[in-house]
Design a protein around this ligand. Sequence first.
Ligand code: B12
Ligand code: SF4
Length: 456
Amino acid sequence: MHVHLIAPSNEDSTYIKPLWVATLAAHTPADVEVTFRDDGIEPIDLSRELDGLHRPPDLVGISVSSKTAARAYAIADAYRARGVKVVLGGIHVTALPEEGREHADAVVAGEAEGLWREVLADARAGKLGRTRSLASPGIYRHEGFPTLEGLPIPRRDLFTSRRYVPFDVVQTTRGCPFPCEFCSVSTYNGTTFRFRPVPEVIRELETTGPRVLFGDDNVMVHARYSHELFEAMVPLKKAWVAQASLAVLDKLENVEIMARAGCKALFIGFESVDDATVRSVGKRQNKPTKYADIVRKLADNGIAVWGSFVFGLDEDRPESFDRTVEFCIRSKLTMALFALLTPYPGTRLYKRLEAERRLTKPRWWLEADHDAGAPFYAPKQMPREVLREAWIKSWRAMYSYGSIARRYDPAFDHSWIQNLAYWPINLLMHELAERKIAGGDRSFRKHRALDVPFGL
Ligand code: B12
Ligand code: SF4
């Protein structure tokens, strides 16, 4: 049997090795051949390549996030039109399995551990999606969430392209108990943390390259677990980057152990610099008065900060965004991403905006060029156009040459990632802000030799 896994891409995709591919491959029985195509690295020409398919796979598996849903469905439709069975998985079809079913023979809703072998066995027996044990035809789903103990080491040998960012993605936990209204994670991975045993994570880290990107939503969710993990990581001498919640960064001991374990940069969801706004979305752990101190503490420990902010929350007014940019410059953030609030399916935000009749494009993910039309809802304090203009203005202000120079401070004890990468990353972001965000160039990414960090 031959399974072909496909990571669909969009204009926002990065050259980061997708962990779901290596994970599914590791859960695949040895007598099943696995091949992999990253549509971002090597774009699939649907008409030419699929017409000339000389060796059709027995099964195609495609991962679907909301931003890649339109492309994923187009690829799935093209394979099915040529008689190849298709299974979809990932966060978007977990929220909308019935939509996924319109484009696939089967959908895996939720995490695939424990289900993937069943999918393969059914496909091999010619009854994919049609077994009696399924509660809904074509939809494989867990009761609860699978254990993270005893997982096989992901098969990273499938990532052969030299275009990938030279970091290996490793996950240590899943789930998140925080109630952030706009986030898909708690509905997808559950509202309690599940942890991988530290010795198993260490065994996996011993097989990776020297640079690691932790694919956790929060790399330090539980102080005792994380301290044990990071202590065990010290001798491995890895350099790593991760996402972290502000809830834990307040404590110096947490920052110090991260630094000792090799942390070089953290991607932090500040979301807003206004107290009322962060509280209104349920992000209770964020305290704007503490932001500047936390950034300083991280910098003093050689950890660069990549900030993430959401624009268009209900309390936001046009002037809120100027304050955000001012904060980023004053705090000397290495980099910041400004995302327009996006109603992802399955989130509490989506349901609320739908109930309030504020969704302007309820199935925005099916639009050909959806980002050009964002936001997809009516903001509370301003017209959609004003929000979009303010968002563009903030990107330009953040990555103007003046801001880039002001945010660099040689007195900061920055990490080597910061020192080596500050100027190229920021100059690339300048180009992105001017050409893609402000100028609307939707093929910006294709022409870049360097990858744009973290999605945008
Ligand atoms: C790491 C990560 C990234 C990395 C991606 C690295 C990479 N190439 O893999 C980076 C930083 C680049 C990134 C970017 C973005 N991300 Co992101 N990211 C994540 C994160 C934290 C972990 C994903 C991961 O690797 N998990 C580990 C693997 C093993 O799990 P998995 O992918 O879920 O796969 C499992 C199952 O879903 C299933 N499965 C998945 N695919 C398939 C396919 C088949 C066939 C089958 C059978 C099963 C299956 O099996 C796997 C094993 O159980 C998730 C949060 C989360 N908890 O999922 C957000 C998340 C996926 N990202 C999200 C978002 C919004 C973005 C951005 C849009 C952010 C932005 N504003 O720019 C960009 C989009 C980029 C794009 N292409 O469009 C949202 C997606 C919401 C949605 N409904 O689509 C999430 C859920 C976070 C959130 N807060 O809601 N992201
Ligand atoms: S935004 Fe972060 S802290 Fe909030 S629910 Fe999502 S993963 Fe958890």
